[in-house]
Write a protein of this length. Structure first.
Ligand SMILES: Nc1ncnc2c1ncn2[C@@H]1O[C@H](COP(=O)(O)OP(=O)(O)OP(=O)(O)O)[C@@H](O)[C@H]1O
Length: 493
């Protein structure tokens, strides 16, 4: 058998009282796209941090091409040929991308070259990192990692929140590396991607390795059963909660222009319905949700909530009218240094009107309910930033469940969330709609349209170019997302 590129044996790691890894083994061969799978909190990111030298291990051993691997900082990892792209790219938001690259000692020319190879030569490195949408930051981070010519490239949920066009570019990079006998350790909660692009997978459950197998053999069912063990859930099916009676228009936009030179957007979201929004990256989805949630003034057009105009200057103006946003950037939404209960309690304490069926009296009871409802892993509850990525994402949803709302704007709500919890979130969204909420949900995962939405709008260059029923097939959606079927939408009233 070939010498493994990376071999981990009986690796354990605790953070204080939290046993993040109890005993994991992993064998990555040269020229392999190897998926690392597991439910939220299973220990995947912790393992990656150990392999890249960000944190040390307590027990066990690592080796690379037969030589012991004992890293005490990420620079040593890079020197050994291990580069990584993490879930949340660490860039200083007030500096330009180029300045950020200088901070990490990365030559901008190399980054530019890799961006061009990926067809992203148009990205401007002089932009403030804080103004670059998260998907492009991830692609920049990938280009940065590639400048190190890694033998092992670790991609920790890079595709979470990446629309199809950018995800495809990532897979082209993976294929290219494999062809050069380099290896990729790929973490993703999108199992179709794993089945399509990875030749091997290893599953962690509760800090232990439970199995390694070829993902195509047994498919999604086998992966889910291995990941979740006894608690195995059937793979996602359309949530069958009774469809709510569609009620009055809750949120309405008329002639709304959010990017320059685009035709105005007209849309209505009614009580009881879940309206999906899909788009390739950079088609105005960030701006649309920012405008609807009061975080940014539209360039033109008007908004109304429950029939009366809303001219929000600040998200608080929208929140007061019952319109709340679960944003793409969870760090913005949470209090990273504070206990997780405070993140949930924050909107409860704000002097806002309470809405809907979730307004309860005692804060603690509400918080406990939210934690249970979303199965938030509270082992590291002392600081929200210590939660695993998926559990942080659940927290961003949980805070609004506690406070209540009438219109819910969800921006890629299941990013980084494991398949078991994804199903719970789909159910929750349907239940909220059945209780009379109006929901507008942008998703980068097209199959979610069929799983949770009643209808879907396609955004292209800042305009809505199509509207389809939820049963639409992915090919039709993709065609519209590329702006190729301007009048092709079957419009449902
Ligand atoms: N700095 C830290 N301090 C305390 N606990 C931590 C810290 N970092 C991670 N943990 C805990 O270790 C456990 C494993 O987390 P890890 O991030 O490795 O999971 P994961 O498999 O990557 O999950 P996800 O799919 O949600 O990203 C979790 O319970 C997490 O809260």
């Amino acid at each position: 058998m070939a010498t493994p590129l990376l071999l981990a044996e009986d690796v354990a790691k605790s953070y204080g009282a939290v046993r993040a890894l109890k005993s994991v083994d992993l064998r990555v061969l040269p020229g392999e796209a190897h998926a690392l799978l597991g439910a939220n909190g299973a220990g995947k990111s912790t393992f990656v941090k150990i392999v890249t030298g960000v944190v040390g291990l307590d027990h066990g051993s690592l080796s690379m091409e037969g030589e012991p691997l004992r890293l005490t900082d990420p620079q040593q990892g890079l020197a050994r040929g291990i580069a990584s792209v993490f879930q949340d790219p660490a860039m200083v938001p007030d500096l330009t991308v180029a300045e950020n690259l200088i901070l990490t000692g990365t030559p901008a020319a190399g980054v530019r070259e890799h961006l061009e190879r990926m067809g992203l030569g148009g990205l401007d490195l002089r932009e403030r990192a804080g103004d670059v949408p998260l998907p492009f930051l991830r692609m920049l981070d990938l280009a940065r990692a590639l400048t190190h010519q890694p033998r092992l490239l670790i991609l920790d949920e890079i595709t979470a929140a990446l629309p199809k066009d950018l995800a495809d570019k990532v897979f082209a990079v993976v294929a290219d590396l494999i062809a050069q006998d380099r290896s990729v350790l790929f973490i993703s909660h999108r199992l179709e991607e794993v089945i399509e692009h990875c030749t091997m997978c290893t599953v962690f459950r509760d800090g232990r390795t439970v199995a390694s197998f070829v993902p195509r053999e047994g498919g999604e069912q086998r992966i889910v059963a291995t990941m979740l063990g006894e608690a195995a859930l059937a793979t996602a099916e359309r949530i069958s909660a009774e469809t709510a009676a569609i009620g009055d228009v809750r949120l309405s936009a008329s002639g709304l222009s959010v990017v320059p030179d685009a035709a105005g957007i007209d849309l209505d979201v009614r009580a009881g319905e879940v309206v999906g929004v899909v788009a390739l990256e950079g088609q105005g989805q960030d701006e649309l949700f920012a405008a609807l949630s009061g975080d940014r003034r539209p360039l033109a057009g008007t908004l109304s909530v429950d029939g009366s105009p809303l001219a929000a200057r600040h998200p608080a103006d929208a929140i007061r009218r019952g319109v709340v946003l679960v944003p793409a950037d969870r760090v913005k939404a949470l209090l990273p240094q504070r206990p997780i209960r405070e993140s949930i309690a924050l909107p409860l304490r704000a002097p806002l009107r309470r809405w809907g069926p979730f307004s309860m009296t005692t804060e603690n009871r509400v918080i406990d309910r939210v934690i249970a409802r979303l199965s938030i892993d509270t082992r590291a509850a002392a600081q929200a930033k210590r939660l695993s990525g998926g559990n942080q994402q659940k927290l961003t949803i949980g805070r609004w469940l506690a406070a209540g709302f009438r219109t819910l704007l969800l921006f890629d709500p299941t990013r980084g969330i494991d398949i078991g919890t994804k199903n719970q979130i789909y159910e929750l969204v349907r239940e909220l709609a059945a209780d009379g909420a109006a929901v507008l949900m942008y998703t980068s995962e097209l199959r979610e349209v069929g799983l949770v939405c009643d209808r879907v709008l396609v955004l292209y260059q800042g305009s809505i170019v199509g509207e389809f029923p939820a049963e639409v097939d992915e090919e039709t959606l993709l065609t519209a997302m590329h702006g190729l079927a301007r009048a092709g939408g079957e419009v449902t009233p």
